[in-house]
Design a protein around this ligand. Structure first.
Ligand SMILES: [Zn+2]
Length: 253
């Protein structure tokens, strides 16, 4: 079995102590490729560095909405340089978070738009974080009609999923799909066309039900694949095959 963890923060401090074991466990579990998105400029640098040290780790660079106020011309220029590294496969994670609202909506929107401009200029796909910003996210994405990507850590309902799919985006499911009370996300896992599905852990966050409360690591992406397979009544091998193909096509890895 061959899986891709399309969203894991391998550069985060939580995963450093036993980093080699984390990668070894992932490998044993069938995870053959990793995508490490940046959340700030420092993390984006680290993600690129890690990708240069490990053949199967790929990076995305971008500034998360929580750090949107750091986005200025200097940061954008550095992101552009970083993004030209051959191991950088996307701009992300970028987007809007009106739930935590650590920056004002205006600041988040401005940072998002600037980074969308960068993705357009460099012809890179997007890794989008959207929380409680369902309408606004499309209003902004519609200004960049050529851009595609993934709506990562999907937490919405089927009607929102349909809008995401209509826009030609992929949907990234995390361990949330294993939570018994996540009915909406479980419904999306049943209905989504497999050619639009990606799987991810968002490690070190969001450990699946079986490990809930613990640190999350890429090996746990198997739990996501298994649960989606169970919900659809198909073999995990089919989920692995399709989601890996999707990840390899979207991110050209
Ligand atoms: Zn993330």
């Amino acid at each position: 079995m061959h899986l891709v963890d399309t969203h894991c923060h391998l550069d985060f401090p939580e995963l450093q102590k036993d980093f080699d074991e984390v990668l070894a466990r992932a490998h044993s579990a069938g995870v053959k490729k990793f995508i490490n998105p940046g959340v700030g400029i420092e993390e984006s640098r680290k993600a690129v560095q890690l990708s240069s040290e490990h053949e199967n780790i790929f990076a995305a660079v971008g500034i998360h909405p929580h750090e949107a106020d750091s986005v200025d011309e200097k940061i954008l220029a550095e992101l552009e340089v970083l993004a030209q590294n051959s191991k950088v496969v996307a701009i992300g994670e970028i987007g809007l978070d009106f739930f935590k609202l650590r920056n004002s909506k205006e600041i988040q929107i401005a940072a998002f738009e600037k980074q969308l401009g960068l993705a357009q200029k460099l012809d890179l796909p997007l890794i989008v974080h959207a929380r409680e910003a369902d309408a606004e996210i499309f209003k902004i994405l519609d200004k960049f009609p050529s851009l595609r990507g993934v709506l990562h850590c999907f937490g919405g309902d089927w009607s929102f999923a349909e809008k995401v799919l209509e826009r030609g985006f992929f949907i990234g499911l995390t361990g949330i799909v294993t939570f018994p009370n996540a009915k909406n996300v479980r419904e999306v896992a049943q209905k989504i066309p497999l050619e639009k599905l990606l799987i991810e852990t968002d490690a070190p966050f969001l450990a699946p039900q079986k490990f809930r409360g613990q640190r999350c690591e890429p090996a746990f992406v198997v739990e996501v694949a298994e649960e989606v397979a169970r919900l659809r009544g198909i073999e995990i091998s089919e989920i692995a095959e399709k989601t890996t193909k999707n990840a390899e096509e979207l991110f050209r890895i």
